[in-house]
Write a protein that binds this ligand. Sequence first.
Ligand code: ADP
Length: 559
Amino acid sequence: MLIIGIGLFVNLSPQPVVQQSQTILNIVILTVTAYTIVYYRFVAPRWSTAELILSSILVYTVFVFLVAHFTGSLQSVLFSLVFVPILITALMLGVQALLIVVAGEVIWLVTEFYFYFLPFHPGISDPHILLWEKLIAILLVSFVAYDNSREIFTRQSEHELLEQEKETIRLLQEREDAILQSMDDMVLSLDTNKNILIANDSFAKTLDISQNEIIGKNYDSLFTIKKTNSVGDAIETIDLTTITTKEVEDNDSKETGPTNFRLQTLNNDKQLFVTLAISNLTVDLKDKETPNDMVAPGRVIVLRDITEELQLERMKIDFVSMAAHELRTPITAIRGYLSALKEEATTSLTPEHNKFLDRADIAANQLTTLMENLLSVSRIEKGAFNLDVRKTDWVHLIGQRVEELANRAIERGLQLNWEPPKENIPEVLVDPLRVSEVFNNILSNAINYTQKGSITISVKYEPAEEIVVTSISDTGPGIPREALNHLFEKFFRVSGVLEQGSKGTGLGLYISKEIIELHKGKIWVESTFGEGTTFSFSVSTIHNLKLRKQFEQENAFRV
Ligand code: ADP
């Protein structure tokens, strides 16, 4: 605006003094125009406020003085003094004060002109034109001062805003950093080349070195992460940059028991059991007008130290196992004495005392089952549930087990249907003792939970898969649909009528499932609530050579 105004004034003014200097004034205007363009487009964004104030005052002051000089206003020696108060007022006090000062300056100039200038320069032909020129120059100076200060104020407020934003960002960063640093979990971020981008304090403490020493290093040089089996033996080293979340979560395999991860530090030789949470680094560039999210090559890994938890868990399992083991002997003794008493003293006892004796016997039996179950669970959890697999005549084995439990079914008024299959059933690969446990448990459940009706046992050979499927169906109350998925979980019992009436532990089916899975077989249940339940499980025949080899390798197979 200012430059355009001055340009028009210089080129259209009828003043001879202006016309005389038109060329030089146009050069000055063009130079300042070029400067202004460069200044606003390229320099201003990078300069500090102080630099801007100085440079703009300098350039525009020179500009105004040149214009004033060539228009003749500098013939008054005091004119230059006018510029300074105007500029200072504009910078310090704003537009209103500037107007007052400019008015004052105009009065002062007019007075100075008549009382100082004219008396000393009587020969000047057209003094009033000179006065007008001075007044125009004053207005010009005021405008420059106003424009300058406006620019500087805008610049200053932008600068303050920027500083505030910087401060907010700094505080946010500090807060985020504090959260990261105060996390108990170990957090680190890696690029695809295994280099560590970020590591938090907890991680640095585990390694006993400072965060700065960790960042930028290849993680292979600092630690390894190994998959371990249930007893803590390393199975394989994993690559944190390629392992998928699914692989981390699917860490329970039947072959090796529950899997954990072990962090092994290389500099201070620490070993920690950890859980892993892995996520890919994603940067949302939507704000930056890119069409898709960009997946930055890298990962964030959170490691939680569960060493103590695992130790506690192991201590718990060891305690249960030891307690169950120690209780076995006295319970066996109690059962022995009870059975001796029943044999010898039945006739000498009153019927009521005999009833007490029966109840004591039942309770002792239940206690034995509980102890055995607890021992089995602790063995399963320790990964120490070993099989002694043999070639077994399955139909014969099932026949024996049915015979053992037939009396209980009859006592409860249930019909027990068992017919050996007519077809030839090949021998199977099982640990007879363990699998009998499974069959007994399922058949006992069927007897216990069925009020009236029958229980049917069937055995079927499926040559395509080389398996034998055994099913036990009852006409009991059935199992509600929502309970079916939880039936094989530890301590799960169907709540309600069933649970109140019987004294189970909820461990039988869990143990059965574990035993069948150790045999590489399957166990499943079908039930219609109110109609009955069928439990089935499969075991492999001796023709399954692959499995036979596997058992041999695991030292579980005896011919
Ligand atoms: P327990 O029998 O000691 O309670 P289990 O693990 O053997 O433990 O069985 C878990 C639950 O499954 C039982 O509590 C019972 O509610 C239900 N259940 C098992 N077998 C049957 C069956 N044949 N009919 C109905 N419910 C059953």
